[in-house]
Design a binder for this molecule. Structure first.
Ligand SMILES: Cc1cc2nc3c(=O)[nH]c(=O)nc-3n(C[C@H](O)[C@H](O)[C@H](O)COP(=O)(O)OP(=O)(O)OC[C@H]3O[C@@H](n4cnc5c(N)ncnc54)[C@H](O)[C@@H]3O)c2cc1C
Length: 353
């Protein structure tokens, strides 16, 4: 049995930053994640994409953000159960919880924090009968490393931000980029739509609108796709390609968490955002993309804020009756469980007389 103060389900940016905020309060954390690595969506879906709305980082790659968070939480020596999905939550007589994973690992803590983001990652797949035979053999539902597509012929399908952004990005990496979308209008940000049209005019992206990929052919790996045009006169186009990347989004699936008796609304967990981000089960909090409340913004910075607030209340559950006075890190420093200590040097005030 792994015992800790705060058990965090989900090691995305929100779960990772919770370790830091809890560490400032001298609370130990353990993280469970179904994925084999930390970082959630940032590591799994878009590690090489720049993010522009992390305060004080005008631009940072999603993968670098995760590396930095891992560095920031290192002194707090969190425990990790990676590659295992949290399956069950059982309340004990002493008020603590036992969370068991699909591999039978048991964890016990007085506080459970669900930072499960979108839940288990399930990409929406196109209805092409043999697509499964080509998965990871030219068919990918996420782009982890764009270098994989250097000098390759790539066809991307989809009409949202991901499809547009990657088509634009890969136009400078791949030898040929085709973008296939069922409609004439794209759902992405206006500047991305404009940029993609501009690149199409320059011949850097081949645009196939009112069309869809209906077939994949290849001897082992993808060698060609069949594109069917809505206009019957155009019929079908067979396009020789090395890679087919359908980017139709992720279908959010809460997975086993949905059966824990939590109040769920639109696939997300309802929380008390006026106070502490606690769920309808006292002692169980939900923060980051996984929660919902009026005005919720599914952004990394929202998860960071929610983690800071939630930890103050977790402290009171773990240390009943004990008062904690919040200190700025510039004043209190950062004292890790590993013996490390960072403190601001005393200011030397020189007076001129
Ligand atoms: C392409 C793209 C671009 C984006 N760009 C931006 C941007 O520019 N700025 C911004 O602020 N946000 C952006 N986002 C959104 C941002 O990534 C999310 O808001 C953020 O990842 C949420 O963090 P999280 O830790 O709450 O959840 P996640 O990152 O989703 O992590 C949740 C983790 O929980 C795990 N998990 C779920 N259920 C279980 C279970 N039962 N057992 C074990 N583990 C479980 C999952 O495996 C996952 O690793 C973008 C998202 C995408 C997809």
């Amino acid at each position: 049995m792994i015992k800790t103060d705060i058990l965090i389900i989900g090691a995305g940016p929100t779960g990772l930053f919770t370790v830091f905020e809890a560490g400032l309060l001298k609370l130990k954390c353990h993280l469970i994640d179904a994925l084999p690595q930390t970082g959630g969506q940032c590591s799994e879906i878009y590690p090489k994409k720049p993010i522009y709305d992390i305060p004080a980082f005008p631009e940072i790659l999603a993968g670098t953000l995760v590396d930095n968070l891992m560095e920031q939480i290192k002194p707090f020596e969190a425990g990790y159960t990676l590659g295992e999905r949290a399956e069950t939550l059982d309340k004990q007589e002493d008020g603590s919880f036992i969370v068991t994973t699909n591999k039978g690992t048991q964890h016990q803590a007085p506080v459970v924090v669900i930072a499960g983001g979108l839940g288990s990652f399930e990409p929406r797949k196109p209805l092409i009968p043999n697509i499964i035979d080509f998965e990871d053999k030219g068919v990918n539902y996420f782009i982890k490393d764009p270098e994989v597509y250097r000098d390759k012929k790539v066809v991307i399908a989809g009409g949202g931000d991901s499809a547009l952004d990657w088509a634009i990005f890969l136009a400078d990496v791949a030898s040929e980029v085709s973008l296939v979308h069922r409609r004439n209008e794209f759902r992405g940000a206006l500047d991305s739509v404009e940029k993609a049209s501009e690149l199409a005019k320059l011949g850097k992206i081949k645009l196939f609108t009112e069309a869809e990929v209906i077939g994949i052919a290849g001897d082992g790996n993808v060698e060609a796709v069949t594109i069917k045009h809505n206009d019957a006169e155009k019929g079908e186009t067979i396009l020789p390609v090395d890679n087919f990347i359908p980017l139709f989004g992720l279908s959010p699936k809460l997975g086993p968490i949905g059966d824990w008796g939590l109040e769920i609304e639109k696939n997300a967990i309802k929380v008390n955002n006026a106070k502490d981000y606690q769920t309808n089960i006292p002692g169980v909090f939900a923060i980051g993309d996984v929660n919902t409340y009026e005005g919720k913004l599914k952004l990394i910075l929202s998860g960071f804020h929610e983690a800071a607030v939630m930890c103050q209340f977790a402290y009171q559950i773990i240390n009943p009756g004990k008062r904690y006075v919040m200190k700025y890190t510039t004043v209190g420093g950062v004292e890790g469980f590993d013996g490390s200590k960072k403190v601001a040097k005393k200011e030397v005030v020189q007076s001129i007389s």
